[in-house]
Design a protein around this ligand. Structure first.
Ligand SMILES: Cc1cc2nc3c(=O)[nH]c(=O)nc-3n(C[C@H](O)[C@H](O)[C@H](O)COP(=O)(O)O)c2cc1C
Ligand code: SF4
Ligand code: SF4
Length: 270
């Protein structure tokens, strides 16, 4: 089969899982076209989904749902009745409505969703000093689930199968990005020294056009704190604040302990 795998990955975790899934699919004799939809340009390109036999979508969970820009993108595409599966990576807190939101939007976009899955991944905020959640994920077990997800996706792309996510408790509302005030505003990135080679990657690759390479600052009204600029800066000069005080409060607030995080498992939703 000719399979397209579209993913959104800011710190590389969804990309690692996507690459693993592609390797498994290719090992089974399929061809896979991988595309990271992180840049605004990539999300503006018109896609004819009928060039493919099936499609897979991978998103990180941001605030219990897909990133707002990924949701905006899903509202612009037309799957023309193509079969697809979808998966999420999340930083061991919770997925909340992520499956429902993407299932709803992809169904509205004329895709037949046949399978979904969720994978634990290192938390994006681990790039910040003093934050550490699921640092060693995805691990061997997570990759085994990703292998199974790839194989099950092929089976479901080829035969009739019933898959349904219950939307009875769910109603879709788009969210708007708003500027974060208070302690969590420490996650806004900025350049910390002038020792920068001015490659403009931070500005070109920011998913919401928020980062300004000249000033080294982000527009807080647009920034979704995805940590992509921090991750990709070749000179490692874009940083976020020290958030060690925040992690304990976050863990307490969400009832998380290191043991609970360790016990969290990736899984396929059949
Ligand atoms: C703004 C933001 C919000 C996040 N919200 C959640 C969340 O609600 N639940 C969770 O478990 N992880 C959350 N995470 C962690 C990411 O889902 C996780 O680290 C993911 O694997 C990152 O994927 P990526 O590297 O492909 O961007 C969040 C990360 C960011 C940057
Ligand atoms: S990505 Fe880093 S090195 Fe490149 S312009 Fe931005 S701050 Fe400078
Ligand atoms: S400026 Fe904000 S939205 Fe843009 S890449 Fe950096 S963290 Fe992500």
């Amino acid at each position: 089969m000719n399979i397209a795998l579209f993913y959104f990955s800011a710190t590389g975790i969804t990309e690692i899982i996507s690459n693993h899934i592609a390797t498994i699919l290719e090992g089974e004799g399929n061809s896979v076209k991988l595309t990271n939809m992180i840049t605004p340009d990539s999300r503006q390109t018109q896609i004819d989904f009928l060039e493919f036999d099936a499609c897979i979508f991978g998103f990180p969970v941001f605030g219990g749902r897909p990133p707002t820009v990924a949701e905006d993108w899903m509202r612009t595409i037309d799957g023309r009745n193509l079969k697809c599966s979808m998966f999420f990576t999340y930083g061991a807190r919770d997925l909340e409505w992520a499956h429902q939101v993407a299932y709803y939007l992809l169904t509205q976009a004329n895709f037949q969703v046949v399978l979904s899955a969720e994978f634990i991944g290192k938390h994006s905020f681990n790039v910040a000093k003093g934050w550490s959640l699921a640092e060693d994920r995805p691990n061997q077990l997570d990759f085994e689930v990703a292998t199974e997800f790839a194989l099950q996706s092929i089976i479901r792309f080829q035969k009739d199968s019933k898959f349904n996510i219950d939307l009875s408790e769910f109603s879709y509302k788009p969210v708007k990005t708003i500027e974060t005030k208070g302690p969590y505003s420490k996650f806004y990135p900025s350049r910390v020294t002038d020792d920068c080679s001015m490659c403009y990657l931070c500005e070109k690759e920011c998913p919401v056009k928020a980062f300004d390479a000249i000033s080294g600052e982000t527009n807080r009204k647009l920034c979704i704190t995805c940590m992509h600029c921090v991750t990709i800066c070749p000179d490692k000069v874009i940083h976020v604040g020290d958030v060690s005080q925040l992690l304990e409060k976050f863990m307490d607030h969400f009832g998380l302990t290191e043991d609970i995080v360790e016990q969290k498992r990736s899984k396929i939703i059949f």
